[in-house]
Design a protein around this ligand. Sequence first.
Ligand SMILES: Cc1cc2nc3c(=O)[nH]c(=O)nc-3n(C[C@H](O)[C@H](O)[C@H](O)COP(=O)(O)OP(=O)(O)OC[C@H]3O[C@@H](n4cnc5c(N)ncnc54)[C@H](O)[C@@H]3O)c2cc1C
Length: 455
Amino acid sequence: MSNIIVAGAGHGGLVSAIKLAAAGHKVTVYDRQKKGEYYLDQRDSFEAGAMEYAGIEIPEHYRAKSNSLTFVPIGDDTPALTLPAKEGSETLTVERKELHEYLIGLAENAGAEIVFETEIEAPIILGSRVAGIKTNRGSFYADLIIDACGMNSPVRSNLPDFMLVEKSPAHFDVLHTYRAYFENIKDASRPETDYNLYLYNDGTEGLMWLVTDEEYTDALIARFDETSYSELAPCLHTLSLKNPQMGTRLLRGGYFVDIPVRQPLAVMVADGYAAVGDSAFMTYSLKGSGIAYSLRAGTMLAYAVLSDYIGLYTAETLWEYEKQFFKEVGFGACRIAIAKNFLPFVTAEEVDRMFATGLISSEELEAFSEGKLETVIKGKFFSTVKTKLQILGEMPELRSKLLTIVSNIGKFAAVEPSFPSKYERTDVEKWAEKYNEFFNSVRRSPSEELQTENQ
Ligand SMILES: Cc1cc2nc3c(=O)[nH]c(=O)nc-3n(C[C@H](O)[C@H](O)[C@H](O)COP(=O)(O)OP(=O)(O)OC[C@H]3O[C@@H](n4cnc5c(N)ncnc54)[C@H](O)[C@@H]3O)c2cc1C
């Protein structure tokens, strides 16, 4: 039996805690929140398959009617694009607090101890190993630290450089997000679709959505730059003009929070350490699948830990977890991250023209947002390539931006095979260098943004 600490009660960490405690390990989860409190007052959707993958029973009321996303462009005459309904994949929608309490309850039932109101400050490093965590209640030691502290994890960001784990996200890796629920004025007129993503104003510098539900209208505005309420007020105003059903009375939420939108960590394990969920940047950038991929990754991590019968939990044994994650999820997430880098470059007018000219169809947009870029690049895209290139010929700047994405995805195909099948220090070092250099090269920098603005 090993002594395992889960640092932060993130989704992936809780799934690992459930499985490892059930297998007889001593598991302690530390979290800064009070029992019964949760820092996000919101409802979110994720793929049902992830709960099945984790072997967690799905409460019936989580099952939701599938909502197809509609992209609404800037021009009033430009048709909106609704993504096709997905067959064979079920969506769950749940109050985040409820999901958190459900997972915590399962972890406790499996034998894990949950310690609330504990601020984790840093890892404890002994030699080449992560040996524990420093908290405001003292230091705690363990055979393995599972880092489920989220995007700003103080464990990950204070690891020594020789562990090769990237410490912090870069500028365009994070969406600064405002989320608020306003009343739904039921007798007001409303758009034809209920789940709308607006590519408006400077929408492509980030994005905004309005989801209309029975009880409320759910507004989300996200920016790559730090933002403030006064900067967002015009966007809220635009949303309310487009959606007369959106009232001004705030029902819940109304906070700023950050979402990572980037490729996963190149290296997410070290001796005595594994990062899972947002701590390892496991989000599908354009899809918001952070919950689903955390649940899957937490399961993969638990199985890798259980396969280490000696209980050493070195980078070598934990690499099996990272390998499986990249195979099942990570490489797909990388292709979306490359496509996401297109967003800060493209203008709202260009998106509008892509829609208006039929340059991109709803199926292609779906493939794009799912990371199935091969479909866009090799499939229908090229069967209609003549027409598409003609359209692009009239938009040379957009053409060059799109060709850059296609070329970057091609370049990534050369990075992928350098993922080491076994943890050999020099191979992992080379992989991390190649992977990180690649993403640095495709990322737009804030200085480029300034140059563009000054032109
Ligand atoms: C506005 C918004 C909308 C989103 N919508 C969706 C969606 O629709 N679908 C989807 O799948 N995902 C969505 N996401 C993303 C999703 O929230 C995350 O990807 C997902 O929660 C996985 O993160 P996590 O569980 O690893 O970490 P987190 O959710 O960040 O949890 C980290 C945990 O660690 C604790 N913690 C952090 N730091 C410390 C510390 N120093 N000491 C002690 N405890 C600490 C926190 O209290 C928390 O319990 C959304 C995120 C936001 C912000």
